[in-house]
Design a protein around this ligand. Structure first.
Ligand code: F6P
Length: 625
C-alpha cells in the first residue's frame, strides 16, 4: 500500500500559491507558468500520482546510477505533478512574513517582556525536560509552525508509519523501527503479518546468545572463553552500536572488551585487534545487505586473522556470527545461519541499532539493559504518536529546527552533549539526520527548489567544544542553532566535577542568548579599542534538554527516539522520503570501477576525466613503483 499525502489539500482551480497571494495582497494572482502544472496536477485525482510513484521502483537504481556514471542519461525521474510544495502553502508563506518581524526581536527583549518565558516554553516527557525558551520565537511563531505541521498532515504520516504502511515509497517498504521496541503483545501488520512476534523471537535469541558469551559458556574453538567482541559493520551497522556502547559502557560487563571496525582502511582492523588473541575473540559481522564492500573486506580480513592462529575452518562457527537480512550471503561467507541474527527490510540501516544490529551492545549491557533501552525508545514513540502537537517534544524540536533552516538560512545544527559518554552522539545523529533528510527530490520526484531540506549536523561533547569552536558560535557571522543536552545527576560523582560541568552547560546557553552589550563591556573598564572585540551580540538560539537523572539505557532510548522523530517530522513537512539513501550509490559504483584499475598489473586503460586519470596514474606509480 502506498500512502499519498495531502491529496485533499487543494481545491480544483485554485492552487495554494495563488490562494496565499490572494490572502496577502487582497488580489488573486494567476499561478505563474512555471508553477501552473503543479497546481493543476494537485487538483487531479490520486490515480495519476500513483502512476508517478509506481515509476520509482528500486530496480531502476543500479541501472540509472550506472548510466549516470557513464555520462548517460538516467530514466527521466521528475514530473512536475503532485501536491503543492511546502513553500507554496499559505502556512509557509505566513511564516515568511512573520519572520521579518521576529528577526528584529532580541532574546533579551523577549525574556524582559515575559518574566515567565523560561517556565512557559518548556515541555516534559519521561525523563526529559525540554526548555525551548531561548529560541527566536513568539507565541505567534509557534502557532504558525504548528499550523504548517497540521497542514502538511504530519499526524497522518505518523499514523501511516506506525501502521506499517509503505511510506518508503522509492523502495516500496514499510518504515517500522518503532516495531523493534513494541511490547510483546503489540500488533503491527506488514503485508498481512504481525511482525511483533518475530521481533521478540530475535530479541530472545540475542538474549540467550548474549548470556552465553557473558557467562563464559560460549567458548572459542580452542575451549577458551570469549574476552573480546568486535563488531564489523559500517554506517547504520556500526554507528548505532558504537555510539550506544560508548554511552552505556558504565553498564557494560567490564571483563569483556568491545571494539568496532568500520573503515576499509586496514588501520581500523589492525588497531582494533592488535592486542587481541584470536582464541578469545568473537566477530559480529553486521550488515543489513551483507554486500557492503567495507564490511565484507573487513570480515574477510578478520577471518584470515583468526584462522592464521586457529588453523581450522571449523573455528569460524565459534568465532563469527552475523547480523543481517540476507541469509544467502551470510551462508556464502561461511557463517552458519544458525548463528545469524535476523532483521527485516522495513528497518532502515540508520534506524537499526535497536534491532539485532545491537547484538554487541546487548552482550555488553545484557538483555535486561537492552530491553530497558527499548522501553525508553517505546516511551518516546508513544509520546510522539499520541501527544498533541503543543506538547509533542519531537514535533516541537523538528519545527524549531525547520524555523531556522528554512526561514533564517541556518545551514547547520550543533548537537552538544554535556556528557563524555555521549562522545559519539553527534556522529550517530549525523547519519540519522543527514542520510534521512539530505534530499533534493520530493516524494513526487520533483526537484526541490525554493526551500531547504536537511541541515548539516555536527558537534562534540562540552566542555571541550567551548575551548575550540564555540568562539564561532558566539562571535562568528553564522547562525548556529544548537541543542544542549545535560544531566541533572552525574554518572560518576567525582568531587566537584559535575557541578562544574553543569555550570558551563547553563552558562553557555545564557551567554549565547543574552550576550554582552558594548555598554556592559565598557562599564567594566575595558579599553575602548577592545570593546567591539569583547562584545557579544547574543540572540543565538539554543534548545536545552535537561535529563532529570543520569544517563541510563532507558534515557538513551528516549533521546535517540526523540531525534528519530524530529527527523521524521521535518522530512514529512519537506515532502521528502526520509527513508531511502540513493545519494550514497554513485560513489560506490565509481569506486567499484576504479578498484581493478588500481589493482591491475598491466597499465589500465583509463577513461575518466583528466583529473581522475592523472590521480590514478600518480597513485599507481607511487604504490606500484
Ligand atoms: O551506504 C550507506 C548505507 O547503505 C547505510 O544506509 C547503511 O547503514 C550502511 O550503508 C551499511 O549498510 P549494510 O548494513 O547493508 O552493510
Amino acid at each position: 500500500m502506498v500512502v499519498i499525502r495531502r491529496e485533499p489539500a487543494v481545491v480544483a482551480g485554485e492552487g495554494d500559491a495563488a490562494m496565499a497571494t490572494k490572502r496577502s495582497t487582497g488580489t488573486t494572482r494567476k499561478p505563474t507558468a512555471k508553477k501552473a502544472p503543479a497546481a493543476k496536477a494537485a487538483a487531479k485525482p490520486a490515480v495519476k500520482k500513483k502512476a508517478v510513484l509506481a515509476k520509482a521502483k528500486p530496480a531502476a537504481k543500479t541501472k540509472n546510477v550506472a548510466a549516470a556514471a557513464k555520462g548517460g542519461t538516467a530514466a527521466k525521474p521528475a514530473r512536475d505533478v503532485g501536491p503543492p510544495r511546502p513553500n507554496e502553502l499559505r502556512e509557509w508563506q505566513a511564516l515568511e512574513r512573520h519572520k521579518t518581524k521576529v528577526e528584529k526581536l532580541h532574546l533579551r527583549k523577549l525574556f524582559a517582556d515575559d518574566p515567565q518565558r523560561g517556565k512557559k516554553l518548556v515541555l516534559e516527557t519521561g525523563d526529559l525536560y525540554f526548555d525551548f525558551s531561548k529560541n527566536r520565537i513568539t507565541d505567534e511563531t509557534l502557532k504558525l509552525l504548528r499550523a504548517l505541521a497540521e497542514r502538511c498532515k504530519v499526524r497522518d504520516g505518523i499514523r501511516a508509519m506506525f501502521a506499517g504502511e509503505k511510506i518508503n515509497i522509492t523502495e516500496n517498504r514499510a518504515v517500522l523501527h518503532v516495531a523493534l521496541r513494541a511490547p510483546r503483545d503489540a500488533k503491527i501488520v506488514v503485508d498481512g503479518e504481525n511482525v511483533v512476534p518475530a521481533v521478540h523471537a530475535v530479541l530472545d535469541k540475542m538474549d540467550a546468545f548474549a548470556k552465553r558469551v557473558r557467562s563464559g559458556e560460549w567458548k572459542g574453538h580452542t575451549g577458551k572463553r570469549i574476552r573480546n567482541v568486535v563488531n564489523v559493520g559500517i554506517g547504520g551497522s556500526d554507528l548505532g552500536p558504537a555510539m550506544a556502547y560508548d554511552a552505556l559502557r558504565q553498564f557494560s560487563q567490564r571483563d569483556l572488551q568491545f571494539r568496532f571496525v568500520s573503515n576499509v582502511d586496514g588501520t581500523d582492523f589492525v588497531e582494533a585487534v592488535h592486542d587481541f588473541d584470536p582464541e578469545e575473540t568473537l566477530f559480529i559481522i553486521s550488515s543489513k545487505t551483507f554486500t557492503t564492500l567495507e564490511t565484507l573486506t573487513n570480515a574477510h580480513s578478520a577471518r584470515d586473522w583468526a584462522l592464521a592462529k586457529l588453523g581450522d575452518e571449523k573455528a569460524v562457527a565459534k568465532h563469527f556470527v552475523a547480523v543481517s537480512t540476507n541469509a544467502k550471503e551470510v551462508a556464502k561467507f561461511g557463517i552458519d545461519t544458525a548463528n545469524m541474527f535476523e532483521f527485516w527490510d522495513w528497518v532502515g540501516g540508520r534506524y537499526s541499532y535497536d534491532s539485532a544490529i545491537g547484538l554487541s551492545l546487548m552482550i555488553a549491557i545484557g538483555g535486561d539493559g537492552f530491553r530497558d533501552m527499548l522501553a525508553g525508545f517505546h516511551q518516546m514513540d508513544e509520546h510522539f504518536r499520541t501527544a498533541p502537537i503543543e506538547k509533542n517534544l519531537p514535533m516541537t524540536l523538528g519545527l524549531l529546527g525547520l524555523w531556522y533552516n528554512d526561514f533564517f538560512g541556518a545551514e547547520t545544527v550543533a548537537i552538544l552533549p554535556y556528557s563524555q559518554y555521549l562522545d559519539r552522539l553527534s556522529a550517530y545523529i549525523e547519519q540519522l539526520d543527514m542520510e534521512s533528510d539530505g534530499k533534493s527530490t520530493d516524494r513526487q520526484g520533483r526537484p526541490i527548489t525554493g526551500y531547504q531540506t536537511g541541515p548539516i549536523v555536527w558537534g562534540t561533547p562540552g566542555t571541550n567544544g567551548q575551548h575550540a569552536y564555540y568562539q564561532l558560535i558566539h562571535q562568528g557571522t553564522k547562525l548556529i542553532p544548537a541543542d544542549f543536552i545535560g544531566f541533572a545527576r552525574p554518572n560518576n560523582d567525582l568531587g566537584r566535577h559535575h557541578d562544574m560541568l553543569m555550570a558551563n552547560f547553563f552558562a553557555q546557553t545564557e551567554a549565547l542568548a543574552f550576550g554582552k552589550t558594548s555598554d556592559e563591556v565598557a562599564a567594566e573598564g575595558v579599553p575602548a579599542a577592545q570593546v567591539p572585540h569583547r562584545t557579544f551580540r547574543g540572540n543565538h538560539p539554543t534548545n536545552t534538554i535537561l535529563v532529570k537523572r543520569e544517563l541510563t539505557p532507558h534515557v538513551l532510548g528516549q533521546l535517540i527516539a526523540l531525534y528519530e522523530h524530529k527527523v521524521f517530522t521535518q522530512g514529512w513537512i519537506w515532502n521528502i522520503n526520509s527513508f531511502d539513501q540513493w545519494g550514497v550509490e554513485l560513489g560506490k559504483v565509481l569506486a567499484n570501477r576504479i578498484i581493478p584499475q588500481l589493482e591491475s598489473k598491466e597499465e589500465p586503460k583509463l577513461d575518466h576525466d583528466s583529473s581522475t586519470n592523472t590521480l590514478i596514474q600518480r597513485y599507481r606509480k607511487i604504490r606500484r613503483g
